[in-house]
Design a protein around this ligand. Structure first.
Ligand code: ADP
Length: 496
């Protein structure tokens, strides 16, 4: 099959979160399974100047954006040693900016226009490049108009005759919701501005559009696929998702073990595998403690945390947990994160109050993230909700026992050591269901007690986690079957 992916970020061109990891890795693994892959991205400043050689396709045209004529030019490069083609929508007015979606003043005010333009350019570019598309795979709201264009035959493109569409939701909380009159920028007929298709409480909603029109919808873990069909986690779209439930599947993101594996990680003090993890971790832990200015005590468990300082990631629980328990808990805390000021301030205060127990770095640092994964004994990830989550998967491979809130992807990837014999045979970490200060406190104490009192049990948790395989090959095979099901659906509806 020829799979065409459209997304607003992909490693190594532009990244703000897990979406970029998925869109960077998936083409490689689909190509390895014999498919042809092309990826469309906005031509951001950092993407076009990423140092990759750019080829001009000589495809350029003008898009009518609500009466304004805007020029588009298509640039091309390849990724994964030619395994996939990458096309950039070059339009400096929209994309030659420092950031992807906004700056210190908030979201860019023309985001509806920028990403409507992106989607409209993709459908036109595919036609002019004479691509034969089997599946168009749109990611997140920024690409949400594409399934609507394919399904409604927007602009009468020839390539629609062969193409089905798939919409993937990486985080339902971000929907691309705009003023209704931005409908004019989409070029779609106003007949589609209704509550079953593009309209959402009087506004235009790009993600709802993608979900409504796609032949198949996926999200990034089975639990999250269930949760988003409930009013509690559905962000207002639970009804739309329930209506689609026979064509909605959760597929856990894969890990790139070329980058995240302690056996060959170049950022860490000593490489190690499942056979010598105790030795390797001892060296990495001491290196981490030294680097973070904490006493190099091999007996003290280190609890690591890495992530965006946003409410989603559970900092509103971490803060009272630490304020109330750091003193009593026999542990050191090493934290890496950047984001909301209120959490940054609280964490800095804790580090100042407990200099021998808490170390905090308020930055984005890939090397330090690797060192924490390798040197910590436990990894705390108490997200309020978590579509998939990657850090807990890295932790498993690094022998760093995850402590998680049992939600979304965390629920699907970490098995709790609950105390009974059955759970002891399959556990890889600790999980709490009740999102409360009591829930997290009890769970962290459970982990600390096993660490200090049951060395054998701890060893079993570590080795079981390290032996698990969360690589892309499994996820890519699930996507492959989704593509086939999307095509079957399009055929049933007489569109193929
Ligand atoms: P999300 O996409 O919701 O931010 P994920 O866990 O899916 O969360 O992915 C986040 C990615 O970004 C991980 O690779 C994580 O290690 C990385 N990351 C987040 N914050 C930082 C930071 N401050 N420094 C280094 N890496 C970070």
């Amino acid at each position: 099959m020829h799979i065409v992916l459209a997304a607003s970020e992909a490693v190594p061109f532009a990244k703000t979160g897990g979406l970029a990891d998925v869109c960077g890795a998936l083409p490689k693994h689909l190509a390895a399974r014999g498919h042809r892959c092309s990826l469309f991205l906005p031509g951001y400043r950092r993407a076009i100047h990423s140092g990759q050689p750019m080829e001009d396709t000589h495809v350029s045209f003008v898009v009518d954006m609500a009466g304004k004529q805007v020029a588009a030019r298509i640039l091309k490069t390849t990724m994964h040693e030619g395994a996939a083609d990458v096309y950039f929508v070059d339009q400096p007015h929209y994309f030659d900016r420092e950031h992807l979606y906004g700056d210190e003043h908030g979201d860019y005010r023309d985001n509806a226009e920028r990403f409507a333009f992106f989607c409209r350019t993709v459908v036109e570019a595919i036609e002019r490049l004479q691509m034969h598309v089997d599946v168009l795979h749109a990611h997140d709201w920024q690409a949400g108009l594409l399934p609507a264009y394919v399904r409604t035959g927007f602009g009468g493109k020839r390539w629609y005759q062969h193409a089905a569409s798939v919409m993937t939701i990486h985080n339902l909380a971000y929907q691309g919701r705009f003023w209704s009159h931005d409908m004019n920028l989409t070029g779609m007929d106003w007949q589609f501005f209704n509550w079953q298709q593009m309209e959402f409480y009087g506004d235009l909603n790009f993600l709802k559009t993608g979900i409504s029109f796609a032949d198949f919808v996926t999200t990034v873990s089975p639990s999250y696929a269930q949760e988003i069909q409930t009013p509690e986690h559905g962000c207002g779209l639970d009804g739309v998702l329930r209506a689609k439930q026979s064509r909605l599947l959760g597929i856990v993101n894969g890990v790139d073990y070329n980058v995240w594996d302690p056996r060959h990680d170049s950022h860490i003090a000593q490489n190690f595998g499942v056979e010598n993890w105790r030795d390797g971790k001892t060296v990495c832990k001491s290196d981490l403690q030294h680097m973070m200015g904490l006493p190099a005590d091999p007996t003290k468990p280190v609890i690591g945390l890495i992530g965006r300082l946003a409410e989603q990631k559970g900092w509103d629980l971490v803060k009272p947990l630490m304020e109330g328990s750091v003193e009593q808990m026999p542990a050191q805390w090493i934290i890496l994160g950047n984001g909301e000021h209120r959490f940054a301030t609280a964490l800095s205060q804790l580090a100042a109050r407990y200099p021998d127990k808490v170390a905090v770095r308020l930055e984005f640092s890939e090397p330090l993230a690797h060192k924490i994964e390798a040197g910590a004994d436990m990894f705390l990830m108490p997200s309020r909700y978590e579509p998939c989550g990657l850090n807990q998967l890295y932790s498993l491979r690094y022998g760093t026992v995850p402590i998680v809130h049992a939600t979304g992807g965390l629920n699907d990837t970490v098995a709790d050591l609950a105390g009974d014999a059955e759970s002891a045979d399959r556990a890889t970490g600790f999980a709490f269901r009740d999102y409360s200060l009591h829930g997290i406190t009890e769970c962290v104490w459970r982990a600390l007690n096993i660490y200090s009192q049951d060395c054998n049990q701890w060893g079993r948790l570590v080795t079981r986690g390290m032996q698990q395989d969360w690589s892309w090959s499994t996820s890519a095979s699930f996507y492959e079957s989704v593509y086939s099901r999307a095509r079957e659906q399009a055929a049933i509806e007489g569109r193929l």
